[in-house]
Design a protein around this ligand. Sequence first.
Ligand SMILES: [Zn+2]
Length: 253
Amino acid sequence: MRRIINAFTNISLFGREETKSGDVLLENAVNSPDETGIWLKFVVISDTHEEMAKIMNRIPDGDVLIHCGDFTNHGDEERVREFNDQLAQLPHRRKVVIAGNHENGFDAQFYEKAKLLTACELLNDTSIEIEGIKLYGSSWHTMNYRLFSTPPFYCEPGEETREKWAKIPDNVDILITHQPPKGFLDGRYGDVELLKAVEARNPKFHCFGHVHGWLRGGEQRENDFHQRSSVQGFWGISSTRPPIVFYFKVPGS
Ligand SMILES: [Zn+2]
């Protein structure tokens, strides 16, 4: 059975309401789940662009922190270290991060740069499992905005992205990408192949960032998976939106 939540309600400008269905509970960062079983609290941020210091006191406590990429502007080592130090100060038991198109060097020298991030688990077309909940993270995007080079994790839309998204496991519970899917909170920068891949996998949650400031975007399709189960992490520089918070029931609990 497809279990969905209404992320749009949660991040709407018109107020935040709690919505729940099945084993996913999205809430307003204040209430707690009153269900039986064990629930993990997930907190999602994105695109903090070296501005984490300004938002540290606005990040709610939780079990798992997810960052959907672009934690730096250029991937400078000093800034990566700073981000790592900030992550280390946060109380979440697990911190899951993907790189974005601003993290220079994270694709070509992924393992070297990844070593700087000791306070989190960096996903790069890889999965982790947290108490039976399956997460998968991927940084690919289709935004080619440079004149003389391509940004990290750039992918030609079409065949190339199709191959990248084909790696997403069928049984993923929480999908983390940097790029939005086509038509949802994407400012027309989303990828249609990602949309197809997500709809085929049907994860319980899809978190992404990349396109700043789009509370709503693209085609507003009623009754579509993404209409109800995707969130865009908030932009640390100027957004007044709080981080997205949701609870996920530990399987079998
Ligand atoms: Zn980006």
